[in-house]
Design a protein around this ligand. Structure first.
Ligand SMILES: N[C@@H](CCC(=O)N[C@@H](CS)C(=O)NCC(=O)O)C(=O)O
Length: 347
C-alpha cells in the first residue's frame, strides 16, 4: 500500500466529528492519515480549494486526477461505505438503516448541543476548553501565542452559545436531556454492545464523536456521565478502536427483535429533537432568522439553521423512500416516542 492509498483528513482532537470519523476509519480498517490542525491551512498547503463552509473534519479525495476537499461526515460515511467493501456501518435492512440514520442525525445535531453547552456554559469547563483547545491544534505553541489563542477562542465560543440555544433558561433543559439520554444508554448497553445490535452502525459513531468530548474533555459532563452511566464511559473507550471486531451479518438485530431499551433513546429524540427540528424548519420556510418553541416545558430560542432544515428533509426523504412494509416496521418501533412528528413534515 502506498501512502497515496490512505484517506487523508484534517481536524481537531477537540472536534467530535473528527473523532467520529477517526473511529469509523479504525473500525472499517480503511488506511488513513489524519492531520491535527486547521483545515484551511492544510487546504492552502495542498493548493486545494477550501470547501464552503470549511469544517472539521475536512477530507481529501482524489476525483478525476484532482484532489478535492470535502466536508460533512454523514455523506462521507456513505461514500466510504460504497468505496470500501466489508465492515459496513449501514444496515442492509432498509428499515433498520433508517433508524441508524435517525440516531446519527440526532447525535450530530442534538447531542452536539450537550457538547457545546457543557464546553462553554459552566465557567470551569469554558476555562478548561479555552486552555486546551489551542494546544490540541499545536502542542508547541509559545506562551504568548497560547494566551492570545486562549482568549480569542474562549471569547468567541462563549459568545456563540446562543447559536445552539444554550442560555440560562435552557441550561436545565439541556442538563435534564443529557441525563435522560445517559439513562437510556445505560439501560440499552446492558442489553447489547451497540445501538442496533452487536455491530456498530453510523449512529454509534455519531454518538461516540460527541461523547469523546462529553466524557473525555469537559469536566462537568464527565462527572455527570460517570455518575449516571458507567456503561457509557466504558463504551466510549471501546468504540474508540473496534478494528479487532469481526462483524457478521446477523449481528444487526432486526427491528422486531430490538430490546425495549432502544425505545428509551428514541423517546429522547422525540421529546427534544423533534420539536426543535420542526420549529427550525418552519422558521426556515417562513424566512425567519430565529425560532422559539416549547421544549420539555421551557421556552427554547435560537437562530434558524438552514442546514438543520435540510437534515429534517433528508430524514423525511429516507422515510418516504422506504417500502410500505418497511415504513410500517419503522412505525411500529417509533410509535408513541414523538419521533412520528418529524416524519409528517413536508417542507
Ligand atoms: N455536519 C458536519 C459538522 C462539522 C462541524 O460542525 N465541525 C465543527 C467542529 S467540531 C466546525 O468545524 N465548526 C466550525 C467553526 O466552529 O467555525 C459534519 O458532520 O462533519
Amino acid at each position: 500500500m502506498s501512502d497515496q492509498d490512505r484517506v487523508r483528513f484534517v481536524g481537531g482532537t477537540g472536534s467530535p466529528y473528527t473523532q467520529k470519523m477517526a473511529a469509523l476509519m479504525r473500525y472499517r480498517r480503511i488506511p488513513y492519515a489524519v492531520t491535527w490542525g486547521q483545515p484551511a491551512e492544510v487546504c492552502a498547503a495542498l493548493g486545494v480549494e477550501e470547501p464552503r463552509p470549511t469544517l472539521m473534519p475536512t477530507f481529501f479525495f482524489e476525483e478525476d486526477g484532482e484532489t478535492r476537499a470535502v466536508c460533512d461526515s454523514t455523506p462521507i460515511i456513505r461514500r466510504l461505505d460504497e468505496a470500501y467493501a466489508g465492515r459496513s456501518v449501514v444496515p442492509e435492512d432498509p428499515a433498520l438503516a433508517f433508524i441508524d440514520y435517525l440516531i446519527e442525525d440526532f447525535a450530530d445535531e442534538w447531542c452536539t448541543k450537550y457538547m457545546f453547552h457543557y464546553r462553554w456554559h459552566p465557567q470551569v469547563d469554558a476555562d478548561n476548553a479555552a486552555t486546551l483547545l489551542p494546544l490540541g491544534l499545536d502542542v508547541c505553541l509559545s506562551a504568548e501565542q497560547w494566551s492570545t489563542l486562549k482568549k480569542y477562542i474562549g471569547e468567541r465560543q462563549i459568545s456563540r452559545l446562543y447559536v445552539v440555544g444554550s442560555n440560562e433558561t435552557t441550561a436545565p433543559v439541556i442538563d435534564a436531556s443529557y441525563r435522560r439520554f445517559l439513562q437510556a444508554l445505560e439501560a440499552h448497553l446492558a442489553n447489547q454492545k451497540f445501538m442496533l445490535g452487536n455491530r456498530p452502525g453510523s449512529g454509534d459513531f455519531g454518538l461516540f464523536g460527541q461523547l469523546t468530548q462529553l466524557v473525555g474533555f469537559e469536566p462537568t459532563s464527565r462527572a455527570i456521565t460517570h455518575e449516571v452511566s458507567p456503561r457509557t464511559v466504558a463504551w466510549v473507550d471501546q468504540i474508540y478502536d473496534q478494528s479487532g471486531a469481526e462483524p457478521a451479518a446477523d449481528d444487526w438485530l432486526g427491528i422486531e427483535d430490538q430490546p425495549a431499551s432502544l425505545r428509551g433513546l428514541l423517546a429522547e429524540i422525540g421529546r427534544v429533537y423533534a420539536p426543535a427540528q420542526l420549529a427550525n424548519a418552519a422558521a426556515v420556510q417562513a424566512g425567519e432568522e430565529n425560532w422559539e418553541c416549547q421544549i420539555d416545558g421551557a421556552t427554547w430560542t435560537q437562530p434558524t439553521f438552514p442546514y438543520q432544515a435540510k437534515c429534517l428533509r433528508w430524514t423525511n426523504e429516507r422515510y418516504q423512500a422506504l417500502s410500505e412494509a418497511d415504513r410500517a416496521r419503522v412505525d411500529g418501533l417509533i410509535r408513541g416516542t414523538g419521533v412520528e412528528a418529524m416524519l409528517r413534515a413536508t417542507d
